[in-house]
Design a protein around this ligand. Structure first.
Ligand SMILES: Nc1ncnc2c1ncn2[C@@H]1O[C@H](COP(=O)(O)OP(=O)(O)OP(=O)(O)O)[C@@H](O)[C@H]1O
Length: 281
């Protein structure tokens, strides 16, 4: 079953267009939405949450979004939604009156796990503490689906790891699903099950992360050597002054066909750069 289904999403802002955006997020998985600044990640998330008008079909937790379904969604956005002049406990008390499934005990557990100061107002929190406070609030509403827009950008690696750990705990239960947008691809490399890669409003790929990292590879070769390669293996090519690099699919079959070729492992970052900067053969 899918927790999110996006079909033929279309939205335009002047020159920018989200076009033919379709992807599913399977229940019990973590989907990472990656792409450059301005690629359209936030716009997709806003459409999913029905915060903007759009064309296309979007289903969330089995239906079109409504107030009932919203109770089962936890949201973490970059912009402020918590009062800066309350302490974390006071915010918890306010939210307990808003969310049907608010879990006080779980809230206290996360606040302690994240070492959030309980006597300071949020205005005195660091950026990392504020993000952790938002995540604590989103999770304590006991959502089935957690949607986060760039939660870890600008945070140090220790805080990012603490946050990823709490996401692991959340996802252990197979009923829970996460959609997370980020351009810190190393975080998504750690936690995402699936990756949807968006560039300039279009989906370039939406695949299982392990499949991407295991099937793709980087072939370093000369221009003449590239000419000998079956082009169906070649996704994109990047040319430097003295060398050529090709993003290869089906790495294992490629190695059988070309046993002497050297194919390196590829990261999500490198795949992103190949798709954006590289050319089709
Ligand atoms: N309310 C709006 N009015 C006009 N243009 C908008 C609006 N919201 C977004 N855009 C434009 O839509 C495009 C996509 O923006 P979006 O915020 O979805 O990208 P993003 O991938 O989330 O980027 P970032 O990683 O920088 O947050 C950008 O060109 C942006 O300027």
């Amino acid at each position: 079953m899918n927790a999110i289904e996006v079909k033929n999403l279309y939205k335009s802002y002047g020159d920018f267009k989200l076009e033919n955006v379709s992807f599913n997020v399977e229940k019990g998985t973590i989907m990472g939405l990656i792409g450059e600044n301005g690629a359209g990640k936030t716009t997709i998330i806003k459409a999913i949450l029905s915060m903007i008008k759009y064309e296309g079909d979007i289903k969330v937790l089995g239906g079109e979004i409504n107030e009932e379904i919203k109770q089962d969604i936890g949201v973490v956005f970059d912009d402020a939604f918590l009062s800066n002049y309350l302490t974390i406990k006071e915010i918890g008390r306010v939210l307990s009156g808003i969310y049907r499934n608010w879990d006080e005990e779980y809230f206290n557990y996360i606040v302690e796990k994240f070492n959030l100061p309980q006597d300071k107002i949020l205005n005195k929190y660091s950026k990392g503490m504020k993000v952790k406070a938002k995540i604590a609030c989103a999770l304590a509403s006991r959502p089935k689906l957690l949607i986060l827009d760039e939660p870890t950008s600008g945070l140090d690696p220790v805080i990012r790891d603490e946050i990823l750990e709490i996401f692991y705990e959340f996802i252990e239960d197979e009923e829970h699903t996460i959609l997370i947008s980020s351009h810190i691809t190393s975080d998504l490399e750690k936690i995402a099950d699936y990756i949807t890669f968006i560039d300039n409003g279009k989906i370039l790929l939406s695949k299982e992360k392990d499949e991407l990292l295991e099937n793709y590879g980087i072939l370093k070769c000369s221009e003449d050597e590239l000419k000998e390669v079956d082009s169906s293996f070649v996704e994109r090519v990047k040319r430097e002054k003295y060398s050529v690099e090709a993003l290869i699919n089906n790495k294992d079959s490629f190695k059988i066909k070309y046993p002497n070729a050297i194919v390196d492992r590829v990261s999500l970052d490198e795949i992103m750069v190949f798709y954006i900067k590289g050319v089709v053969l």
